[in-house]
Design a protein around this ligand. Structure first.
Ligand code: NAP
Length: 305
C-alpha cells in the first residue's frame, strides 16, 4: 500500500495536486480547516478540476486536522503566511520520519516550518504551474508549467518522485532549489510591486524600464551578498523577457490586491528588504518600493504584512 498523500489546503495548488494524484489511483486525503469547511466540502461531493474547458470531479476524502491517521507525507499548499500555523495544528500527527513538501512562494515560510519540525524532512518547491479558484472546491488549471523540488540539506531525491511521474505532474529534482527560489523572488520583486503601484498589466512596465533596471541592479547586489551569485546572473535580461512574455497578464500580487486579498509581501519584497538590513546593505530603491507598496496596502485597508 503506498503512503497516503495528505494535502493541507484545498485551494488552487492543493486542488491541482490532489486531483492529479487521485486520478492516478494514489491515496489522497485533504486536510481542511475545521468541521464547518469539511461539511461544506462533503456537500460539494469532491474537488472539481477544469482543464482545457473540461471539468471533472474527484471524490477525494476530506478530514479535519484532528483526523486519527498518522501523517508520513504532507503537501503544504497554504499561502506562505498560513503555512506555519497550519502545520503546527498537525504536529501531533506527524511521524518522526515525516516528509513535507512546501509549495509556498517566496522565502521565509519554509525555514519557519522546518525550524518547527527539526526531525522531519522539508522539501522546498518552486512551481511555474498556474491555477485559480473559480469557487470553493472548483479550480481552473490555467497555466501548464513545471515544479522544481529540492532539499538543500539532503541531495538524495525522495522515492515518491515516481508517483508524481505517474500522476502527470511535471517536475524535476533540483540540487540548487534555494537558487531557484531566490531567482523567482527577485523576478517577483522587480515586477509585481510595480504592477500594483502603477495598476497595470505586466507589459506596461516596458514604460518604466529605468525603474525596473535600477531595481534589478539592487536585487543583483542583494543576491551576491546573500551568497546567491547564480541567481543574480543576467537578472535584468530575464526580468525584461518575463515582462514581454507575460505582457497581457496581471501579476499575482496585482490580482490579490484587486480582489482585496492579503498579499504575500512579507515573503517576497519584505524578505528581500530584511535580508538587506541583515547584511547592512543599503538598497534605497528597493526599500522605497517596499514603503510605497505598504502605503498602497494601507490605503486599501489590506494587511501590510
Ligand atoms: P489558495 O488558493 O488561497 O489556497 C490556500 C488554501 O489553504 C485555502 O484553501 C485555505 O483554506 C487553506 N488553508 C489556510 N490555512 C489552513 C489551515 N489552517 N488548515 C487547512 N487549510 C488551510 O492559495 P494558492 O494559490 O494555492 O497558493 C498556495 C501557495 O502556492 C502560495 O504561496 C502561492 O504563492 C503559491 N503558488 C501559487 C500558484 C497558483 O497558480 N495558484 C502558482 C505558484 C505558486 P480556505 O479555503 O478555508 O480559505
Amino acid at each position: 500500500m503506498s503512503t497516503i498523500w495528505h494535502i493541507l489546503g484545498a485551494g488552487s495548488l492543493g486542488t491541482l495536486w490532489a486531483t492529479r494524484l487521485a486520478r492516478a489511483g494514489l491515496p489522497v486525503r485533504l486536510i481542511l480547516r475545521d468541521e464547518a469547511r469539511l461539511a461544506n466540502y462533503q456537500a460539494a461531493k469532491g474537488l472539481t478540476l477544469v482543464e482545457h474547458g473540461v471539468e471533472q470531479t474527484y471524490p477525494v476524502i476530506g478530514e479535519t486536522p484532528h483526523g486519527p491517521e498518522p501523517i508520513h507525507r504532507l503537501l503544504v499548499a497554504c499561502k506562505a503566511y498560513d503555512a506555519q500555523s497550519a502545520v503546527a495544528q498537525l504536529q501531533h500527527r506527524l511521524m518522526q520520519d515525516a516528509e513535507l513538501i512546501l509549495l509556498q512562494n517566496g522565502l521565509g515560510s519554509q525555514d519557519a516550518v522546518a525550524a518547527q519540525l527539526p526531525q522531519a524532512r522539508c522539501i522546498f518547491a518552486s512551481s511555474t504551474e498556474g491555477a485559480f479558484r473559480q469557487a470553493d472546491w472548483r479550480v481552473v488549471f490555467a497555466g501548464h508549467g513545471y515544479t522544481w523540488l529540492g532539499d538543500s540539506a539532503r541531495p538524495t531525491p525522495p522515492v515518491w518522485l515516481d508517483e508524481l511521474q505517474a500522476a502527470g505532474i511535471p517536475h524535476e529534482w533540483s540540487t540548487d532549489i534555494l537558487t531557484r527560489l531566490w531567482r523567482k523572488l527577485a523576478l517577483n520583486c522587480a515586477i509585481n510591486p510595480l504592477t500594483v503601484l502603477y495598476q497595470c498589466r505586466n507589459g506596461e512596465l516596458q514604460k518604466h524600464q529605468c525603474e525596473v533596471a535600477t531595481l534589478c541592479a539592487e536585487l543583483g547586489e542583494l543576491l551576491e551578498c546573500c551568497g546567491q551569485p547564480a541567481a543574480a546572473q543576467d537578472l535584468q535580461a530575464e526580468v525584461e523577457r518575463v515582462i514581454h512574455a507575460t505582457a497581457a497578464n496581471y501579476s499575482s500580487m496585482y490580482q490579490d490586491v484587486a480582489n482585496a486579498r492579503r498579499t504575500e509581501i512579507s515573503y517576497l519584497l519584505g524578505y528581500a528588504c530584511q535580508a538587506a538590513t541583515r547584511h547592512q546593505l543599503t538598497l534605497p530603491h528597493l526599500q522605497q518600493l517596499q514603503q510605497r507598496l505598504i502605503d498602497q496596502l494601507v490605503v486599501r485597508r489590506l494587511p501590510r504584512d
